[in-house]
Write a protein that binds this ligand. Structure first.
Ligand code: PRP
Length: 214
């Protein structure tokens, strides 16, 4: 099998991937094999449509797309900004809408206002660094965490966090609040630059059909 005959999609495991498959099915791209939830397979093919799909950890999606293992990826804008890979962002898919924010207890507001050297915990150290150093010109110490970041200020690991806020309920239930908004986020489609040239017709067709839906 020559991978050039196929359009390969890399999808982040979880909510984004099921939303993406829903959307793709509306433009006639489906994958029966993927619907078997008990399957341990990592890559799924629709021979008739000449498409392949694989699921990976979200932050790895831009990596697979940059190296050309996948032609197309679907991933949150947060991951695109954090990973900063050489890929083309071609479409805002409109779902997975949320915000990247600086959050903390109300008492941290003054620390931000006075540009104090605070500690910032985040799963997104690059986004946090760019925001504080380049946009706010505030020197801070960044601590990388891998999840449940809201714990940071509660257990005095950090003064604030940089994290995704969707409904705001995680913040509320932990006595934290949004202090500053960094940017808005949603699911994006990304494309490998070489695939964009070599498979231009097929990729363009997919993008145009999706645009028509959105
Ligand atoms: C994300 C994010 C927040 C939460 C925000 O975490 O990091 O913790 O969702 O959503 P909300 O505003 O609707 O409460 P996720 O569930 O991905 O898990 P994690 O904390 O392990 O990263």
């Amino acid at each position: 099998m020559n991978s050039n005959d196929y359009i390969t999609f890399a999808l982040g495991k979880g909510r984004l991937s099921s939303k993406t498959m829903e959307l793709l099915s509306q433009i006639g791209i489906e994958c029966e094999e993927m619907k078997d939830k008990d399957s341990r397979k990592l890559i799924f093919t629709n021979e008739e449509k000449k498409v392949r799909f694989f699921l990976s950890k979200g932050p790895d999606v831009p990596t697979y797309v940059e190296y050309g293992s996948a032609d197309i990826g679907v991933v949150g804008r947060d991951t695109i900004l954090e990973e900063n890979r050489n890929v083309y962002e071609v479409l805002d898919l409109g779902f997975g809408k949320c915000r990247m924010c600086v959050c903390g207890p109300e008492s941290a507001r003054d620390l931000l206002r006075h540009h104090e050297r605070i500690r910032v915990a985040s799963k997104y150290p690059n986004i946090a660094k760019d925001y504080f150093f380049n946009r706010k010109h505030q020197t801070v110490d960044i601590i990388k965490l891998n999840g449940s970041v809201e714990l940071g200020p509660i257990v005095q690991l950090s003064d604030v966090i940089v994290d995704i806020v969707e409904t705001g309920s995680t913040l509320r239930e932990n006595g934290l609040t949004v202090l500053e908004e960094i940017c808005s986020l949603s699911a994006r489609m990304i494309v490998n630059p070489v695939s964009m040239q070599l498979k231009n017709d097929r990729i363009k067709e997919i993008v145009e059909k999706l645009k028509g839906l959105l």
